[in-house]
Design a protein. Structure first.
Length: 137
């Protein structure tokens, strides 16, 4: 008889203003669900100069803090041409039941020019999606 694998919560992490709030929400959700937390720091091909690429020490701190909360957490830092596609593909491959993302306000023009990873993940994900807005702005 095989042991069932625990559910998975994916945190799509980008080091920005709302990252702390999204991390806290992801840890809470993983704890409530008895899930493993996958901290997914996806980046474009310019990985080390990409502002979305997190420092290893920050990621190690996050896994340590999750562990202190009783949540098993691992980090993945995949690189590809499109962050939304990476998030969606990894969430599917992991069988994630929840994807947590930080979101920030953008003007309509900003969304048109820059696109919106959160919007695309929200619309295309098979898993539940939790968007977390930093309320301390």
């Amino acid at each position: 008889m095989s042991t069932p694998t625990p559910p998975v919560v994916v945190l799509a992490h980008s080091p920005n203003q709302s990252a702390g709030a999204a991390f806290e929400a992801a840890v809470r959700q993983a704890g409530w669900r008895g899930a493993r937390l996958v901290i997914l720091n996806a980046s474009t091909g310019e990985s080390l100069v990409d502002p979305h690429h997190a420092r290893p020490s920050d990621l190690a701190d996050m896994t340590g803090r999750a562990g202190e909360a009783g949540v098993d957490a691992v980090v993945e830092q995949p690189i590809g041409p499109d962050v939304a596609t990476i998030i969606l593909d990894r969430a599917d491959a992991l069988g994630a039941e929840l994807i947590v993302l930080a979101t920030r306000h953008r003007s309509s023009i900003g969304k048109l020019i820059m696109g919106s990873t959160a919007q695309r993940v929200l619309m295309e994900a098979d898993a539940e999606v939790l968007l977390v807005k930093d309320t301390d702005r």
